[in-house]
Design a protein around this ligand. Sequence first.
Ligand code: ASP
Ligand code: MG
Length: 425
Amino acid sequence: MGLVVQKYGGSSVADAEGIKRVAKRIVEAKKNGHQVVVVVSAMGDTTDELIDLAEQVSPMPAGREFDMLLTAGERISMALLAMAIKNLGHEAQSFTGSQAGVITDSVHNKARIIDVTPGRIRTALDEGNIAIVAGFQGVSQDKKDITTLGRGGSDTTAVALAAALDAEVCEIYTDVDGVFTADPRVVKKARKIDWISFEDMLELAASGSKVLLHRCVEYARRYNIPIHVRSSFSGLQGTWVSSEPIEQGDQQVEQAIISGVAHDTSEAKVTVVGVPDKPGEAAGIFRAIADAELNIDMIVQNVSAAATGLTDISFTLPKTDGRKAIDALEKAKSTIGFDSLRYDDQIGKISLVGAGMKTNPGVTAGFFEALSNAGVNIELISTSEIRISVVTRADDVPEAVRAVHTAFGLDSDSDEAVVYGGTGR
Ligand code: ASP
Ligand code: MG
């Protein structure tokens, strides 16, 4: 029996009862003969509460102190979980990210893992312990400061430890039974996916599916670590995310044409109005954005009006970066040369994802027909080989997601999409 890494999200350890329930599950895995490493998130909405608290004392908290504060959430849950396991008669030790050897760069609030040196975890395991590791945090290589990996970063901690410890599998326990064909909070008839490729899962994550973080899937693909996403509230098999289809009984699960529909209402749209239609203009705009260290998502340039030779360029980016983008463009306004800026944060994005669309004609047409039948107006469109995305009004998103889900035959016959916990915050 090999080593397993199990990760429990905040809603699985939201209170003392939850912690005791999770402790039992962990002990089961240990009793089955596994070496068990557990990565745990902060209890319930603790991280959000800590952020609220920070904002009350300072509108722009320093990154170093902000990270120091946020990592406290995971420290609480890791210690309580270790206590609960010991209370069941098993040995457990908790470790901060730093103690577990999670080494990162020094970009506070969204640090990247650059190395994992889990010597202390190995020793703890060899001595018969269950090792509990605080998720979402590490220590910077150069300054030795405490860092965090960005919201939802515990998944990445889990996969990184699984890779460093050569684990058999990385189990991600959450408040739903796996990866669904759409967010079960929006689509009651969403279906659980038995197996999904790293590629399709990466596109879903990049398109707003919150069940797994993009960075975590990227890491898993790079080190070829199979992920099993499942619920800590039920005993059901969840979703396997891996490079090769899994066997079920004596059959291989087939690659679906369409994996699912993702949506995202966390972005805003910036429109640069009245841009001269000549070489170098787009470069100027996106250089200003890049120099402000902002990532953008979709870009659309309109055809220029013949009379004026001016055009509009729109792009989307996370709402949280909206202010910075507008400031950066305002600063560069005279050098770039445009008329004005428009900012719209009432937008939403709907994406259809599936490797099968490469070889199945009609997917694009079907997608637009479904949106049209639902009376949804489209503002921006972008595609990759295995994804089509549109931007619409934010209010239209739930209806649009359901319409597309039904149109592609993804609805399940039963209401199997149970949301066991969490506030979805
Ligand atoms: N507690 C952190 C958050 O809420 C990390 C995580 O849950 O993975 O973002
Ligand atoms: Mg959380």
